[in-house]
Design a protein around this ligand. Structure first.
Ligand code: ATP
Ligand code: MN
Length: 468
């Protein structure tokens, strides 16, 4: 089951009320510039949007811009913003769209800011309308129909993550509670990079904090790499686990079953990436594949899904083509790395920088560190003739303490046995700030105030983070 807890913060290390933690840690860090001082130097600009226009705002990583709706209505990737309240936009690229017209005030210095009148929002809203009808059908006749299971697919930088947010937010605004699933290891919207996960969307997604405010804890599985390429079998294994959990949840939760799921996928759509995508869509029993931004991919998926049907109703699996927004900008590898680092920072420090993680030193003897698989496999051409590679990609083995753990982001597993460590979701993450081999101990930072770990079993991958 997807664990449920009131006002939980994210897949955090458990042991303390998330709300209490947030309140107790509303202290600023010395290395962050004082927001009050910064604000007084920041400029203010006003923007008038006509109906169906959007303001596109690019903010540098580590900075914030505040936007206030002074008149009309507006939404950020489908999440309505309230009149009069400043919304804090973190580093990244944002769009503030209005259906009926809006007056906005922007405080801060964005890298770019412009209004656009051409957007694909009407098409996205029409898609939501079709999904809405299916949800209603599923609610009226749950023995015959399920809610839609939608996947957003396409190459990198076409708006997959943004459209999944829009679809989730529109569904929530109509009273549904879809499950958002993120399969992108590189730019994961739920937890840190190198994970896949799911979170029930029970309120619109916060433009500043993402899913940090979701009422339910997300279900997060740790892969360890920011790309599935080094261990595709593990990637598929985690997706299959995730799928089984979704089915189990739907058995007892009618609302979830009719609301359906919205799946964001990774932008690797060539070669092995395409094969993994097909397997993932299959594993999650996707009913509607929404392809953004590439005709070829759309054609390939149309071909590969031809004749395939949804198990229960025998209706065809639909492959749709969606237009890409002109606002989606290509992100350089450096920007992606910065986004990954920002996601890890946000996990430990809060998107606002308002959490105070704790530092703890423990003996290596107090924990066990595991890895899954055995790293990149030797190609069979590198082995003696006749010998097959014996590496098992799902093998869980212990890792001896070494300096190699320095700066590693480790998952804290719920699993107690090696099989459980492979199959269970993780409680949260810590990162290693110091390794003291001479004294057999290490120091880690944990988002939970007390620093105590809910489990002694840690999992290491290749994910590292150097605090700057
Ligand atoms: P990836 O494959 O890297 O995960 P993606 O296909 O998921 O990319 P998004 O992350 O949704 O693409 O969009 C790329 C960037 O463009 C993001 O920073 C997003 O916030 C921004 N963006 C999306 N839509 C708009 C828009 N209409 N106006 C301005 N920026 C936008
Ligand atoms: Mn994405």
């Amino acid at each position: 089951m997807i664990p449920s807890r009131e006002s939980s913060r994210r897949a955090c290390v458990r042991g303390e009320s998330a709300v209490a933690r947030r309140l107790a840690t509303r202290l600023r860090f010395v290395f962050r510039s004082s927001p009050v001082l910064a604000m007084s130097l920041e400029e203010e600009t006003h923007h008038e949007l006509r109906k169906e226009e959007e303001l596109r705002v690019e903010v540098a990583h580590g900075r914030f811009v505040h936007v206030t709706l002074t008149d009309g209505t507006a939404e950020i990737f489908g999440a309505e913003i309230a009149k009069g309240a400043a919304v804090k936009l973190p580093g990244g690229k944002h769009a503030i769209f209005t259906w009926s017209g809006a007056s906005l005030t922007l405080r801060g210095t964005p890298e770019h800011c412009y209004a656009a009148s051409e957007t694909p929002m009407v098409t996205y809203a029409n898609v939501e309308g079709v999904l809405e009808k299916r949800r209603e059908k599923a609610r009226a006749d749950p023995t015959t129909f399920d809610g839609p299971r939608v996947a957003l697919v396409g190459p990198t930088d076409v708006g997959k993550s943004s459209v999944s947010k829009i679809l989730c937010n529109y569904a929530v605004r109509k009273g549904w509670h879809p499950l958002f699933v993120d399969l992108d290891l590189g730019q994961n919207g739920i937890a840190t990079p190198a994970t896949v996960g799911a979170v029930p969307v029970d309120r619109t997604i916060d433009p500043t904090e993402g899913f940090a405010n979701a009422r339910d804890l997300p279900l997060v599985y740790f892969h360890g790499d920011a790309s599935p390429g080094n261990n595709p079998e593990l990637y598929m294994h985690l997706i299959e686990n995730l799928s089984a959990m979704i089915d189990k949840r739907n058995e007892t939760n009618k609302d979830a079953k009719s609301s359906g799921i919205v799946v964001n996928t990774a932008g690797w759509v060539d070669g092995v990436g395409y094969k993994l995508l097909l397997r993932a869509l299959d594993a999650l029993k996707i009913t509607d594949v929404l392809v953004i931004g590439q005709e070829r991919l759309h054609a390939e998926l149309k071909r590969d899904f031809f004749g395939k049907t949804i198990e229960r109703t025998n209706q065809p699996i639909e492959v749709w083509k969606l237009p890409k927004s002109g606002g989606v900008v290509e992100r350089s590898p450096a920007f992606r790395r910065a986004s990954r680092d920002a996601a890890i920072r946000a996990y430990f420090y809060g998107a606002d920088g308002d959490l105070r993680p704790s530092s703890t030193t423990v003996d290596f003897g107090k924990v066990s560190v595991f890895k899954i698989g055995s790293g990149p496999r030797a190609p069979s051409s590198a082995l003696p003739i006749g010998q097959k590679t014996s590496a098992d990609p799902l093998r869980v083995s212990t890792v001896a303490p070494s300096m190699g753990l320095l700066n590693a982001v480790l998952a804290v597993s719920h699993g107690k046995t090696q099989t459980e460590i492979l199959n269970q979701n993780v409680a949260g993450f810590i990162f290693v700030t110091e390794v003291d081999m001479a004294n057999g101990r290490f120091t880690y930072t944990s988002p939970a105030g007390s620093g105590a770990l809910p489990s002694r079993n840690l999992v290491v991958g290749t994910l590292k983070w150097i605090e700057t």
